[in-house]
Design a protein around this ligand. Structure first.
Ligand code: SF4
Length: 248
């Protein structure tokens, strides 16, 4: 198992929050599927909660339908690019009926700044049609029905279930996949492996917010190309080596 690097030692003095007792020297058996102990995992989420008690999705939405649209649009695109396009879109189409009325060509015109816009437009029109015809124009609140909608896979269903319906689902995107593997929290070869382990090891009281914390952590601190370990809240628990030292 990896231990503190020189960089990790340097960063340690600068962290606002730290716990020697629960850091990488912590003893105890690993949580099932994780490389960390349950105490270390509890401590990670305690710190995330303390630093940001009410994390939120960064996508702008009004209700379950507009959330569904925003999440479908965000696949392989940034939330910021989606948020730039959706105000104009939702002004004219914020229900399945109005989206259908806009039509595929009209929808393309509104979302053409977002990656993969053609296939997303096609899927959103087909999903709206299905919502109107089979679900009384309402977004269903269960995974089985959500995953039958064109363009909606497990990750999108998990986000909608969590954000719109308050379920304790964890949607594993590229950020969560990276953070879970780097830290040792929930190593896995596929997003589903990681999700299943997270479901097992994340303490129940933190589960509803877990995916927001992990996404935000991956997006702003544990970045893909160069993680900013020197200012990371969980530096002393994370198993990733070598840790990035403070610049300068
Ligand atoms: S930034 Fe990422 S890799 Fe670096 S210590 Fe934090 S969680 Fe670990």
């Amino acid at each position: 198992m990896a231990v503190q690097s020189k960089g990790g030692k340097r960063a340690k003095g600068k962290r606002a929050l730290g716990s020697k007792a629960l850091g990488s020297r912590a003893v105890g058996s690993r949580a099932p599927g994780s490389l960390l102990t349950q105490s270390q995992i509890d401590e990670i989420f305690r710190r995330f909660h303390e630093a940001c008690p009410h994390p939120k999705t960064e996508l702008h939405y009004q209700d379950p339908f507009t959330l569904l649209v925003a999440v479908v649009l965000s696949a392989q695109a940034t939330d910021a690019s989606v948020n730039r396009a959706t105000p104009d879109l939702f002004r004219v189409a914020n229900t399945p009926e109005t989206l259908l009325a806009l039509g595929e060509a009209g929808l393309i015109e509104k979302i053409k700044t977002i990656g993969l816009y053609r296939s997303k437009a096609k899927n959103l029109i087909a999903a709206s049609k299905k919502l109107v015809e089979e679900h009384g124009s309402k977004v269903p609140d269960n995974r089985e029905a959500l995953e039958t909608l064109p363009g909606v896979g497990r990750k999108t269903a998990n986000v909608v279930l969590n954000v719109a319906f308050g379920e304790k689902t964890i949607a594993v995107d590229t950020h969560i996949f990276r953070v879970a593997n780097r830290t040792g929290l929930a190593p896995g070869k596929t997003p589903l492996d990681v999700e299943l382990t997270l479901n097992e090891v994340v303490p129940e009281r933190y589960k509803h917010n877990a995916h927001h914390w992990l996404i935000l952590h991956g997006r702003y601190v544990c970045k893909a190309r160069k993680p900013e370990c020197w200012r990371c809240l969980i530096n002393d628990i994370c198993l990733y080596e070598p840790k990035t030292p403070a610049p300068g």
